[in-house]
Design a binder for this molecule. Structure first.
Ligand code: COS
Length: 381
């Protein structure tokens, strides 16, 4: 059973209060206009929401992934776009905490954790999505620097971020030839291409990154040469928990709307929740949200305990994102014609849910991760 402690509850309340006050008023307009407000992330940082698992000595709250998941769920109930912003600005932090040196941590972590700087993660390319190890962006040695050239696609915060962790090739083909670099937003040679026009998550900017001989000092290489692929994969293991938590939040919000509507809406002189066809649908939706939340917390708890968690994070990502897609689709169905209009938030939730099955590794890739774990370690205990 998961029962939040008092400290966890006050964190949830703080996140919710911030979102209700600062994000909710423009959530529809921003979806409509595909508008991102970087200032809101800075404000979230000011109230401690951008560096929850980052150690206190580096400017974070030093809490666990369970707390991180709770906060992301609370934010996603109002805006999955801004939950993703917190998760994505968290990715460079995860990488710096685990693989950075103290000079890099001191330079970047306090500003990222406080929301003063926005972070981003650049792995995917137009020809390298699920097959991440096939990336072709190059990092060529030039004295004590590297020159990075290539194009990165589908980059959340592209054009807005102050810090990008970019995976580029320093060696031969395959995962062993990949290294990770910290690139500052204003670096010469860094520019931004097409901004994607998306089905959902429309307040979250997704942009092409163009690197044209961007000079990066070797002091800003994260880890050793050739370690970049493993660094990226480790970051994604954690990121999958955050996408799971975001999906739980957006599903829970759609469920709330559907329950409220079905309790109010009367047909044939009866509240429609009292028809089993609708009531059972809502029961299944609630069950799926609860299962998803428990699995997200299981993955987060294993991570916090220092245990092997990557395969459970992959399971949580699959279960939570599939639940979000199904629950939001059913929420639209429960609301009927009203659900299909922009008068209610469920159509937006349904559009936002779809991308969760794709980002941070498609749900097919998650199954690959789980199957490989099973092959190595046998069945689940
Ligand atoms: N943590 C640490 N190291 C890992 C790892 C992880 N989770 N997963 C793999 N590695 C290591 C492996 O141990 C291996 O290292 P060694 O050769 O030293 O043993 C190396 O990385 C290569 O691993 P593997 O052979 O499994 O690589 P593949 O090319 O088969 O790729 C998948 C594995 C498909 C799982 C990976 O490419 C992937 O996750 N793809 C999806 C990418 C993604 O999520 N993109 C979303 C971007 S953000 S929206």
């Amino acid at each position: 059973m998961f029962d939040p402690t008092e400290e966890q509850r006050s964190l949830i309340d703080a996140a919710r209060a911030f979102c209700v006050d600062r994000i909710a008023p423009t959530v529809e307009e921003d979806d409509e206009r595909e508008h991102f407000r970087k200032d809101l992330v800075r404000e979230m940082g000011e109230v401690g929401l951008c560096g929850i698992p980052t150690p206190e000595e580096w400017g974070g709250l030093g809490l666990g992934y369970v707390e991180y998941a709770l906060v992301l769920e609370a934010i996603a109930r109002i805006s999955p776009s801004y939950a993703v912003s917190v998760a994505v600005t968290g990715l460079p932090q995860i990488m710096l905490v685990r693989f950075g040196n103290d000079a890099q941590r001191a330079e970047f972590l306090p500003k990222l954790a406080s929301g003063e700087w926005l972070g981003a993660f650049a792995l995917s390319e137009v020809g390298s999505g699920s097959d991440a190890a096939s990336l072709t962006t190059t990092a060529e040695r030039d004295g004590d620097d590297y020159l990075l050239s290539g194009n990165k696609f589908w980059i959340t915060h592209g054009g807005y971020a102050d810090v990008y962790v970019v995976m580029a090739r320093t060696g031969g083909p395959g995962p062993q030839g990949v290294s990770a670099f910290i690139v500052k937003g204003g670096a010469q040679g860094l520019s931004f291409g097409k901004k994607e026009r998306k089905m959902g998550l429309r307040a979250s900017p997704t942009v092409e990154l163009v690197l044209d001989r961007v000079r990066v000092p070797s002091a800003h290489r994260l880890g050793d040469e050739g370690q970049g692929f493993r660094i990226a994969m480790a970051a994604l293991d954690s990121g999958r928990i955050t996408i799971g938590a975001t999906s739980v939040g957006l599903a829970a919000a759609a469920l709330d709307t559907a329950v409220a509507y079905a309790s109010e809406r009367r047909q044939f002189s009866t509240a429609i929740i009292d028809f089993q066809g609708v009531g059972f649908m809502l029961a299944d939706m609630a069950t799926r949200v609860t299962c998803a939340r428990l699995l997200v917390h299981q993955a987060a708890g294993l991570r916090d305990a220092g245990r092997d968690y990557a395969h459970v994070a992959a399971m949580a990502k699959v279960v939570a994102t599939d639940a979000a897609m199904d629950v939001t689709t059913d929420a639209v169905q429960v609301l009927g014609g009203a659900g299909y209009t922009r008068e209610f938030p469920v159509e937006r939730a349904m559009r936002d849910a779809k991308v969760m099955q794709i980002v941070e590794g498609t749900n097919q890739i998650q199954r690959l991760v789980i199957a490989r774990h099973l092959k190595r370690h046998g069945g689940a205990p």
